[in-house]
Design a protein around this ligand. Structure first.
Ligand SMILES: [Zn+2]
Ligand SMILES: [Zn+2]
Length: 289
């Protein structure tokens, strides 16, 4: 059975200043819950604020407070509404990260634009389409867009978002560095010295570059054609040498033959001249005898 003093958690003999301070602390705790996305919490907060107003009006007025104190002493209660449990200190709005007592999932998410309660887990208001849910940056479950803490894993949404963004930034920067390293390697490969090690990374890349270039196939065709031409020339040369050799032999044979015939004929002429002389002598001898 909570009376006004119990609600404020002060002694019934508390000074006006003490009452004021206790009241303000409690009031401020409830005030921001009026806009809570869970309509039950919001309703509870509204009820608590109404009760606190009543408490303030009663306890800050000297006459009213005296009257109220008197009613307490009679064992009665001036205001049955003061029994409302709602005025117990509200649950702490903030939860430690990963705490076992993560905030309970709300039963409905109220749209901040049109105030329509939507089923939890929706990304957009069924009535006006405004975004009411978003993915928790840590556990990826859908939480109310207004929730500062994830109702599933308890993550501080803003901190987790910052962390995620920072991680993405690092990832992107690492990728940029990777690309720059690739460019560097390409530059080194393209300027590689003729005497560089054939097993170096640059040399391997050079091979890849060469095989992927548009000249690679043409070079093969050119190389093979060249070999064919060289072989053809060598063969033609061989044939020419043979023909030349044979021709030489033939010329020598003809030449020899002609010279021999000519020499024989001139000797035959000499012998025939002698025969003519001898026959003349024979005729002279026969005529004179
Ligand atoms: Zn809406
Ligand atoms: Zn989460």
């Amino acid at each position: 059975m909570a009376n006004y003093y119990e609600i404020l958690q002060v002694e019934s003999t508390a000074s006006a200043a003490e009452i004021e301070a206790a009241w303000e602390t409690l009031y401020n705790r409830w005030r921001h819950l009026v806009t809570h996305h869970d309509p039950r919490v919001a309703e509870e907060a509204n009820r608590a604020l109404r009760t606190l107003e009543q408490v303030r009006r009663t306890l800050t007025d000297q006459a009213k407070r005296a009257e109220y104190d008197a009613s307490l002493n009679l064992g009665g209660l001036a205001d049955p509404q003061a029994l409302l449990q709602a005025v117990a200190p509200p649950p702490p709005p903030r939860q430690l990260e990963g705490a076992a007592t993560a905030p309970q999932a709300a039963t409905a998410w109220v749209c901040t634009a049109c105030h329509t309660p939507n089923a939890t887990g929706l990304l957009y208001c069924a009535s006006c389409g405004r975004q009411i849910g978003r993915e928790c940056p840590r556990c990826s479950k859908v939480i109310a867009v207004t929730a500062p803490y994830c109702s599933h894993c308890g993550a501080d949404v803003q901190a987790a978002l910052d962390e995620k963004q920072a991680a993405r930034l690092r990832e992107l920067q690492a990728k940029v560095a990777q690309e720059a390293a690739a460019i560097d390697l390409l530059r080194r490969a393209s300027r590689l010295s003729f005497f560089a090690s054939p097993w170096s990374e640059e040399q391997k890349l050079r091979g890849q570059l060469w095989r992927s270039s548009s000249s690679y196939r043409a070079a093969w065709v050119f190389g093979l054609s060249w070999v064919v031409v060289v072989l053809a020339l060598a063969f033609a040369d061989m044939v020419l040498s043979f023909v030349t050799a044979v021709a030489g032999v033939v010329v020598i044979l003809f030449w020899t033959s002609a010279a021999t015939t000519s020499a024989a004929e001139s000797r035959i002429d000499v012998h025939q001249a002698r025969i003519s002389q001898l026959q003349d002598e024979i005729k002279r001898l026969q005529a004179g005898g």
